[in-house]
Design a protein around this ligand. Structure first.
Ligand SMILES: NC(=O)c1ccc[n+]([C@@H]2O[C@H](COP(=O)([O-])OP(=O)(O)OC[C@H]3O[C@@H](n4cnc5c(N)ncnc54)[C@H](O)[C@@H]3O)[C@@H](O)[C@H]2O)c1
Ligand SMILES: N[C@@H](CCO)C(=O)O
Ligand code: NA
Length: 440
């Protein structure tokens, strides 16, 4: 069979890695795919660098539209990132009847509904394994391996950069800026690293997984997004003393509020019991825990960022498309796991309606009655306490830290209890709130 022809948009970290792995493993890949997969052209901003990077073996063009409009190309691989230009290129490739592979989670979390509808109408595939948790085949697992299940929830460490920062800060005592620079040098970080640090990248990925897990449209604008920039080292230490690790988790969960179905879609620092496997995922590694009603809990672990791990996922999609290119479109696996006419629109819940447990830290005057006031406020809000830690005041100090771990409750109740605590004259400053998940 004649080779399937690929055009690469972008020869950066992932584009370069894809080129290398395709070349190195071309024979293995051909034996699996049944045809050779051949990169015939790449588009790059820096033409000379791209020529050197690809060893002068392929055409290098400046205008990515030249690839998208090239009738010889069967599959366009979008690895430039960003929203607008990537959207325009992907939609044009689809209009031209080309299949698309992309690692661009930002694009799919925001414009996915439009892109998948266009691909469906045209009968082409848009594959995106690399967009979520890099090299881990989590899209394949959710969409195919777990297809018998009603998925109850999933929770993942899905941003390598922030996990790397949290691990290095804890283990080596390095400061935030130094570790971020290392993550950038290692090719983990997004072009704009605030996307990593502020939880946006993890929310893009959680949004994509929520759509596949529950058969709902992608709705990034409804996700709750909180990163690690406001996380305090003291809370990492207290969490350890209480038997927990703090991780940036992306969570998608079915919930029922007043008898009505909803979906929780949230990214935030989270205390996880230290004994859980996922609590011990360190560095740029990712892990996703999925709870299905039939299978129970399954855990997927591996490299979530970096050139070749991500290339591994890009190429898996290229092989899938190569195998299925001649199949009737209606016989292929649907883009978002559910048939397009069988999607539902379960509401994404506002954060005030979310139910979870909490770590609350406050700095208080060390005097009689303070603890009673605090526990009264929690009791009045219907919040029960699971554990408490009270530190001895340092020598000569009259103030100390108190930490409560609560049982599950709705966020609105915790917020109103915190407002009452902060109004006490014995409580100084604001109360730190970090969510806690037992993941069992
Ligand atoms: N780096 C990772 O570990 C990783 C993992 C998973 C997904 N991703 C995603 O993969 C995509 C690429 O990430 P990356 O880390 O390789 O980024 P990168 O910045 O290393 O590479 C992007 C490349 O695209 C080029 N480019 C930008 N606009 C272009 C244009 N108009 N025409 C041609 N080339 C253009 C840039 O010059 C750059 O070389 C992003 O969507 C990113 O979110 C990255
Ligand atoms: N910036 C992302 C790349 C992988 O999607 C991360 O750190 O996880
Ligand atoms: Na993946």
């Amino acid at each position: 069979m004649k080779p399937i022809k690929v055009g690469l948009l972008g020869v950066g970290n992932v584009g370069g890695g894809t080129f290398d792995v395709l070349e190195r493993n071309q024979e293995e890949i051909r034996r699996r795919a049944g045809r050779s997969i051949e990169v015939v052209a790449v588009s790059a901003r820096n033409l000379e660098r791209a020529k050197t990077r690809t060893g002068g073996k392929v055409a290098v063009v400046a205008n990515p539209m030249d690839i998208v409009n090239n009738p010889e190309i069967d599959i366009v691989v979008e690895l430039i990132g960003g929203y607008d230009q990537a959207r325009e290129l992907v939609l044009k490739a689809i209009e031209n009847g080309k299949h698309v592979v992309t690692a661009n989670k930002a694009l799919l979390a925001v414009h996915g509904n439009e892109i998948f509808a266009a691909a469906q109408a045209k009968g082409v595939m848009v594959a995106f394994e690399a967009a979520v948790a890099g090299g881990i085949p989590i899209i394949k697992a959710l969409r195919e391996g777990l297809t018998a299940n009603r998925i109850d929830w999933l929770a993942g460490i899905i941003n390598g950069t922030t996990n790397f920062i949290l691990s290095e800060m804890r283990d080596k005592g390095l400061d935030f800026a130094t570790v971020l620079k290392q993550a950038q040098e290692l090719g983990y970080a997004e072009a704009d690293p605030t996307f990593d640090i502020e939880g946006v990248d993890a929310a893009h990925k959680a949004t994509i997984m929520s759509a596949i897990a529950f058969g709902i449209p992608v709705q990034f604008d409804k996700a709750h997004v909180e990163g690690i920039s406001k996380l305090n080292a003291v809370d990492i230490r207290y969490a350890e003393q209480l038997g927990y690790r703090i991780k940036l988790l992306g969570i998608a969960k079915r919930a029922k509020v007043n008898g009505k179905e909803g979906v929780e879609l949230r990214v935030h620092p989270t205390l996880i019991p230290s004994k859980r496997l996922i609590a011990n995922v360190e560095g740029a590694m990712n892990a996703v825990l999925v709870q299905g009603d039939a299978v129970g809990a399954t855990l997927y672990y591996g490299k979530g960022a970096g050139a070749e791990p991500t290339a591994s996922a890009v190429i898996a999609d290229l092989v899938d498309i190569t195998r299925l290119a001649t199949a009737d479109p209606e016989h292929r696996v649907p883009h978002l796991a559910f048939q397009p006419n069988a999607m539902t629109n379960i509401e994404i819940l506002p954060m005030s309606e979310v139910t979870t447990s909490y770590y609350l830290r406050m700095n208080v005057k060390d005097e009689p009655g303070v603890l009673a006031d605090l526990t009264r406020i929690l009791a009045d809000a219907g919040i029960s306490i699971d554990a408490m830690l009270q530190k001895e005041p340092a020598d000569g100090e009259t103030r100390t830290d108190i930490i409560f771990l609560t049982h599950q409750t709705q966020e609105k109740h915790v917020n109103s209890a915190i407002a009452k605590m902060e109004a006490l004259s014995t409580v100084g400053g604001s109360v730190t709130k970090i969510r806690l998940e037992n993941l069992s």
